[in-house]
Design a binder for this molecule. Structure first.
Ligand code: SF4
Length: 292
């Protein structure tokens, strides 16, 4: 493994961790994993805390992850409620309060079941059961070890549970990405600020979609003339959809053009190795498949 233990991960530069994560999405997870490794390897002398409360003080560890680590690694009898376990519990007890309000009832039901012995196995069994047997659309009740106890199965309502409150339509944001080449064909990239959307990741310089001011100020960068490619690139984030209009500079920048902090040139044939996130890979594909 590239970083075989927490100390090795803590010693790695964040840029390398983000580049290894590129394309997987949820980039805050990579940043948090790295920040967490630094706290554990530094302040905590390489030892993970063993209580839910102490685990939750680590970067990126919320209630679910803390419960999963505490129960699986340290045998603490707490329920780790992921979507799979939630579904199993809602069906087992025929809880029909729609999510997210129903979460509390489901958690209480699960807490009543968790054993003092091997709570980690209980949690993992629930996760596996939900993933492979008590599936969302097509539960395999005939192969389920809980059939005799399952209220939803008995009432024939398994596939209607858990109920979910109606979702709001996803908002759409709009922004711009700027494809700029240098006289030798290298492409201009930028490392984004460490915090915020795609924090610390490398991008085709973009603006207008993330609530941040563009580093080059108003309008298009470097006073270049641009032409927009046909249709915007669409990308789905967890909470919104993004339509990114891709602009291509009509002429290259000279070899000696000074760049602001965070910007750098990447040889065109090495774009694959730049660690671009999926959104920006879509932008690259769109440009390379469009006629110049
Ligand atoms: S009996 Fe069916 S609905 Fe009930 S827990 Fe098993 S698979 Fe899910």
């Amino acid at each position: 493994a590239r970083w075989p233990d927490v100390r090795a991960l803590a010693a790695a530069p964040l840029e390398e961790v983000l580049a290894a994560w590129a394309g997987l999405g949820y980039y805050a997870r990579a940043r948090n994993l790295h920040a967490c490794a630094r706290v554990v390897a530094g302040e905590l002398n390489g030892r993970f805390p063993d209580s839910v409360a102490a685990l939750r003080r680590l970067p990126g560890i919320g209630p679910y992850t803390a419960a999963a680590i505490a129960s699986i690694a340290f045998g603490v009898p707490v329920v780790a409620l992921d979507a799979n376990v939630e579904r199993v519990m809602a069906r087992l007890f025929a809880i029909d309060t729609p999510l997210p309000a129903g979460k509390r009832e489901i958690a209480e039901a699960a807490r009543a079941l968790i054993p003092k012995e091997r709570p980690g196995d209980f949690n993992q069994a629930g996760m596996d059961l939900g993933a492979t047997v008590c599936r969302a659309r097509n539960p395999r009740c005939d192969a389920c070890p809980l059939t005799a106890h399952c209220l939803a199965h008995r009432r024939g309502i398994a596939t209607t549970l858990p109920r979910k409150a109606a979702k709001k339509p996803q908002p759409v944001r709009r922004g711009n990405a700027y494809w700029i080449e240098r006289a030798d064909g290298a492409v201009l990239l930028r490392r984004r600020a460490p915090r915020g959307m795609l924090g610390g990741m490398v991008e085709i310089p973009s603006s207008g979609w993330d609530g941040e001011a563009a580093p080059w100020g108003e309008g298009a960068p470097f006073g270049l003339p641009f032409a927009a490619l046909d249709a915007p690139v669409r990308h789905l984030f967890t909470h919104f959809a993004l339509d990114l209009t891709v602009w291509r500079a009509d002429r290259p920048l000279p070899m000696d053009h000074a760049l602001p902090d965070g910007f750098f040139w990447q040889p065109r044939e090495e774009l694959e190795e730049a660690g671009l996130p999926t959104l920006m890979r879509k932008v690259v594909r769109r440009v390379l498949s469009s006629a110049p």
